[in-house]
Design a protein around this ligand. Structure first.
Ligand code: AGP
Length: 608
């Protein structure tokens, strides 16, 4: 079975618009996955035509436009994580009677494939999606009723799916179904869309419905009908706060650089609605504050960069709210059989709100009776909908695969929440809280902008580092948490092998790898640990390391020094993160890598 993460788009409405809408949508979705693309659309004679191939969306554009005027169609971009990309495995999949696009994993596809083979079906691909399409064909052949056939089919599927479907004999309708894999319906004027996420049709409409698990929709230019369990349902009409321009690059060379430059504004936008009289105030979020007061343990569960933001949050919760915190990798947490009760709060942090491991961890936490809180950047995303409560971050669309502004707003929001928690638990008085909030809300965004004004110096450091094949990031306390994020950023976009190491741990083995010329990035922004860091810096320098020092203190012996703007150490993680992101970005630029779409990666990891 091929496991992959994909982008889905569909359009139904006015003549002439379909192919333009589908190709535009696929291009906007390419960041989700781009090893193959395909379209199925009705031509002006009402014939259902399919075009698909390996490669980027641009590779099918010419053939797709030959379909000509079209009022209805579906499209798909695919990213295979197992099995080679191939034309046969590209979507759409189907028969003469229908075409289907899919995002997710049909876990019982092998059993269904055997059943269908015995019924006389043959298969041209090794995808689970083709099995779903042929199963649908079987039920349609048997009943002759399209909507019922879709309902019968999804009853047989186990796993996750977002499906877009067109039937050859119904050129004015798209069917859609969703379970565990996001799918939304864009609401236009006399036209409608389906998509994996809102960026696919943001240029055309910002209004949409988000399908819930078990929903089946029948969509035409004139009507949108949504059913669940055989009953007609209504879904809340949502409005994307982002217009298309904000999802475009805005004049920057890459989405990643644009998003780094948006960080200070994103932090302000995320915090502003939760600060009144310079104190944390989450009343608009309907947060269960008695829970914050009475829980005995906090878990922060996430993946990748979101998990690294959790490491920052832990320091503040433990240091100021005196609340024990465990930061857990979601893919580990969900299989470790964690011991949880109603006295535990599990905070799931996720930019996309769709990360499969984080969603599974959330479900497990709820199943075990813990309180749950989601911190996500996408309105109405699965993790947001399924947690007991949600705090949205307002970073705006984050398109680059490498997460930057999302990390900053996640860490900032966790810090504000920790301050509120400290007040509720009697660990911090309002005077101290006001000063901390002011540092976070006023000083930190200003310091981020000061770092952005020093880009040339960071670029110069990157120019000295970019030919490296290995790199170490070392730090203590919060600087170790930041080292983890700096290392991940560098790896995922520059492909330089890198490790983050607790500086005090180096001498327990890894220092054997520090030899002449090995680049080490040392973070020294925690003054209480400066002396210890100095000895670690001397350890690596004496073994020939090329040392880049990121510090707020006096410049120690280093080959390159990046000094932070004057700022309280309690919030210096924000400008330090910006430094690390820029260092990774410019290193990758010098290496000529594909920064917004790094190899092997997709923006939203919606499969295990
Ligand atoms: C970060 O740069 C990576 N793209 C990745 O680690 C990401 O943070 C992780 O997949 C979690 O994604 P989420 O925040 O959407 O859940």
């Amino acid at each position: 079975m091929v496991l992959y993460m994909c982008g889905i788009i569909g359009y139904v409405g006015k003549d002439e618009n379909s192919l333009e809408a589908l190709l535009e949508g696929l291009s906007a979705l390419e960041y989700r996955g781009y090893d193959s693309a395909g379209i199925a659309a009705f031509d002006c004679a009402g014939r259902l035509r399919t075009v698909k191939d390996v490669g980027r969306v641009s590779g099918i554009k010419e053939a797709a436009l030959e379909i000509g005027a079209s009022a209805c169609g579906i499209g798909h971009t695919r990213w295979a994580t197992h099995g080679a990309p191939s034309k046969e495995n590209s979507h759409p999949h189907g028969t003469d009677r229908l075409q289907l696009v899919h995002n997710g994993i049909i876990e019982n596809y092998a059993h269904l494939k055997k059943e269908l083979t015995e019924l006389g079906y043959s298969f041209y691909s090794d995808t689970d999606t083709e099995v779903a399409a042929k199963l649908l064909d079987y039920y349609y052949m048997r009943s002759g009723r399209r909507f019922e056939a879709v309902c019968e089919t999804i009853k047989r599927l186990t796993g996750s799916y977002a499906l877009g479907i067109v039937f050859s004999d119904d050129p004015d309708t798209i069917y859609a179904a969703r379970k565990d894999s996001p799918l939304i319906i864009g609401i236009g004027d006399g036209e409608a869309y389906i998509a994996s996420d809102v960026t696919a049709f943001l240029r055309r409409t910002r209004d949409y419905y988000r399908l819930e698990d078990g929903d089946v929709a029948k969509i035409s230019a004139r009507s949108i009908e949504i059913y669940n369990g055989g009953k007609k349902v209504t879904r809340e009409k949502l409005t994307a706060k982002w217009d298309h321009e904000s999802a475009e690059k805005g004049g920057y060379d890459h989405f990643m650089l644009k998003e780094i430059h948006e960080e200070s504004e994103a932090v302000v936008k995320t915090l502003r609605p939760r600060i009144k009289d310079m104190l944390p105030d989450f009343s608009d979020d309907e947060l269960n504050e008695s829970m914050l007061k009475h829980i005995t343990r906090l878990y922060i569960v996430a993946c990748g960069t979101a998990m690294h933001a959790g490491l920052i949050g832990r320091a503040v919760f433990e240091g100021h709210a005196k609340l024990p915190v465990s930061v857990e990798i979601a893919s580990e947490f969900r299989y470790n059989d964690p011991i949880l009760s109603e006295n535990d709060l599990v905070v799931v942090v996720s930019q996309s709100g769709e990360t499969a491991d984080s969603l599974a961890a959330l479900r497990l936490a709820k199943q075990k009776g813990a309180q749950t809180l989601a911190i996500v950047n996408v309105i109405g995303s699965s993790i947001a909908k399924e947690a007991h409560s949600v705090l949205y971050t307002w970073a705006g669309p984050e398109i680059a695969v490498a997460s930057t502004k999302a990390y900053s707003v996640q860490a900032a929001l966790l810090t504000l929440l920790a301050i509120r928690c400290a007040i509720l638990r009697g660990e911090m008085n309002e005077l101290s809280a006001r000063e901390f909030v002011r540092e976070l809300y006023e000083d930190a965004p200003r310091a981020i902008n000061e770092v952005l004004e020093r880009v040339d110096h960071i670029k110069a450091c990157a120019e000295r580092l970019y030919k490296s094949e290995d790199m170490f990031f070392i730090g203590r306390g919060t600087d170790y948490a930041l080292s983890c994020e700096g290392s991940l950023k560098l790896k995922e976009i520059s492909y330089i092998h890198s490790e983050a190491y607790a500086a005090g741990e180096l001498k327990h083995g890894t220092i054997s790898l520090i030899t002449e010329g090995i680049p080490v990035v040392a973070l020294a922004t925690v003054s209480s640990l400066h002396a210890k860091m100095l000895s670690n810096i001397r350890e690596v320098r004496s073994r020939g390391a090329v040392l880049t020092l990121i510090t707020n203190g006096e410049s120690e012996e280093a080959d390159m020094v990046i000094r932070l703007p004057e700022i309280s150490e309690r919030v210096s993680f924000l400008p330090t993160a910006t430094v690390l992101q820029l260092l990774a970005y410019y290193t990758s630029v010098f290496r000529g890598c594909d920064i917004d779409k790094p190899r092997n990666l997709a923006k939203s990891v919606t499969v295990e």
